[in-house]
Ligand binder design. Structure first.
Ligand code: URA
Length: 198
């Protein structure tokens, strides 16, 4: 961890992180992205295939859906810092493809100091946990996104924290109608965030 915490210093230090073994599997560390004065921090689980190659969070299909939902909710993209609980892509081979594998508790704990440092620097007005991995890493293992999504919850490390589903879960909906419905629910959760910033 660098002595002086700035986003560029943290990003440079995280690039050489050996806190767990995932650096051996991922192409590179995918650090968070956005302005140091961003008002909202959105936290996902870990980079996916495209993010691993690009070195940037939320640039693949889930990121595109997130951008559309932010636009629909009226949250300017510039106000948002995006990052992940785990900053390397964990994957298993399936034929020629790299399939997402869930990070374990050790990998999550090893990576949390980076997220804590991002929170310390950005000091967002609102934090949005995207999906169960982020919500449980930050709000405790008993937190249930299905029950508590879209509501502000108390946490010591940000003024306001809210959890909602992960955008990939919307992409995995069984048909167009379900996808549309889930997208609108996701936007409705983000509208609460916009209202809190207004
Ligand atoms: N899913 C995540 O949780 N994070 C990303 O950066 C991309 C997909």
């Amino acid at each position: 961890m660098p002595a002086r915490k700035t986003l560029p210093a943290l990003r440079a230090a995280a690039a050489g992180c050996r806190g767990c073994d995932l650096y051996k599997r991922g192409t590179q560390t995918v650090f968070g992205e956005g302005r140091a004065d961003a008002r909202v921090m959105m936290i996902g689980e870990q980079p996916g295939h495209e993010e691993d190659l690009a070195g940037k969070p939320f640039v693949g299909p889930a990121g595109k859906l997130l951008d559309r939902a932010l636009a629909e909710a009226g949250i300017p993209r510039d106000d948002v810092y995006v990052t992940n609980v785990v900053k390397h892509f964990k994957w298993e081979p399936r034929g020629k493809r790299r399939i997402h594998a869930k990070p374990n508790q050790m990998e999550i704990s090893a990576c949390l100091p980076w997220l804590q440092a991002e929170l310390d620097v950005v000091k967002p007005e609102a934090v949005v946990c995207l999906g169960a991995t982020a919500a449980q890493a930050l709000l405790g293992p008993k937190f249930r996104v299905t029950k508590e999504r879209g509501r502000w919850v108390k946490a010591p490390w940000a003024l306001r924290v809210l959890a909602t589903v992960h955008p990939s879960s919307i992409l995995r909906a069984p048909d167009d109608e379900a996808r549309h419905r889930e997208f609108e629910r996701f936007v409705a959760d983000l509208v609460h965030v916009r209202a809190a910033l207004a």
